[in-house]
Design a protein around this ligand. Structure first.
Ligand code: GTP
Ligand code: MG
Length: 354
């Protein structure tokens, strides 16, 4: 059989990088979509204020962190700036009733969930071909902060960081390994894997560690902490751009190839924890040994990703043994496809996201 010649590596990487940029650009939300979403947010805020006049409705998650794909869902968080406010579960019930009466949304209040939320959806229409899906939560201030942290990371090097994250979000959705309910990983988890890789694995690093940079002035605990968690990070991006410049010049394709290699073959899943705050940590130092090692059948802590602020919280807690096996299989598949360096890099991209 005739041996297919590998494309020269440098040429493949340059062309594949361009492919990634072109691919990701067409998946960004359109200005119309963003405008509609902002209108929906304002409408919902107006309605909530009839129940709680001192409330604000803020956007978090991908719509606010720079990692949004077209037609992604909206994550909204209601903050109430008054002392005597309704409980989250009462608010969820009342807001559910109100939205049912006053809007065309399908409404599903979940007042007794661990985090009470109202789920909303709007059917597709000519102006909104994919409809809208939206969750409204309450007082989730930590989520607003981690959204801001991810946004700052996205802004430091948008070309490489956003392209990598957006591509991986599409990849994990297409490969069906992005469902915490089915034992695989949330989008938030994947974003943390990318940031960890760019801060702690790449040498020289592509991103600085924003949580470990010295503050510009001394901070009191009151200023730096929220609900007992240290949420401080260096967020003056303009200043950072003047003072910090990565000496890593790898292209987005090189970074992606190395990302797949690292997480398919190198990261020690059995013993280690991904922490963007502190680098690689040991499971036993956090008391996060997997239940299997403790002799129970529950599946938790197979994959460990420390939340940047809620450090006792494993963002990947839903990943099961089978889920992790599937995820690693997909990472290896991706590595293999890229190692073959097909003559037309667009073919590699199509295969990756098949
Ligand atoms: P898409 O919805 O797929 O576009 O991605 P996304 O960036 O919105 O991520 P996702 O829906 O997984 O999460 C939305 C936001 O919820 C994240 O940006 C976090 O702020 C928060 N969040 C999600 N999962 C967790 C979690 O396990 N722990 C914490 N603390 N926050 C989470
Ligand atoms: Mg989301």
């Amino acid at each position: 059989p005739q041996q297919r010649k590998l494309m020269p590596k440098q040429r493949f990487l340059a062309e594949f990088s361009q492919c990634l940029y072109d691919f990701v650009i067409q998946l960004l939300p359109t200005p119309e979509e963003l405008a509609i979403k902002e209108d929906v947010r304002k409408l919902l805020e107006r309605l909530i204020r009839t129940l709680e006049p001192d409330s604000r409705l803020l956007s978090f998650g991908s719509t606010a962190n720079g990692f949004s794909l077209r037609n992604s869902d909206m994550d909204l968080c209601c903050l109430i700036d008054s002392e005597d406010r309704l409980s989250a579960s009462d608010l969820v019930t009342m807001l559910g009733d109100l939205l049912e009466r006053e809007t065309k949304f399908h409404v599903k209040p979940l007042p007794f969930a661990r985090i009470p939320i109202v789920k909303l959806s709007l059917d597709p229409s000519p102006g909104l071909p994919f409809g809208i899906a939206c969750d409204i939560g309450f007082e989730n201030r930590l989520a607003l902060e981690n959204t801001r942290l991810l946004m700052c990371y996205a802004m430091i090097d948008p070309a490489r960081v956003r392209t990598m994250v957006l591509f991986l979000k599409v990849w994990c959705k297409r490969r069906k390994i992005n469902s915490p309910y089915k034992g695989t990983l949330s989008s938030y988890g994947y974003v943390l894997l990318v940031i960890f890789f760019l801060v702690h694995v790449k040498n020289p690093p592509v991103l600085p560690n924003l949580q470990q940079m010295p503050p510009l002035r001394p901070m009191t605990k009151e200023e730096s902490h929220l609900n007992g968690h240290n949420v401080w990070f260096f967020d003056d991006i303009n200043l950072l751009r003047q003072r910090w410049q990565s000496t890593n010049t790898e292209s987005v394709a090189e970074l992606l190839v190395d990302f797949f290699r690292f997480y398919s073959r190198e990261f020690p899943y059995n013993t280690s924890v991904v922490s963007i705050r502190a680098g690689i940590l040991k499971k036993d130092s956090k008391g996060w040994l997997s239940e299997a090692e403790r002799g129970t059948a529950r599946e938790r802590n197979r994959l460990c990703i420390e939340d940047p602020f809620e450090t006792d919280f494993n963002v990947a807690r839903c990943v099961t043994r089978d889920g992790l096996y599937t995820i690693r299989g997909e990472l290896m598949r991706a590595s293999r496809i890229l190692a073959l360096r097909p003559e037309r890099p667009i073919v590699a991209l199509a295969q990756l996201c098949e």
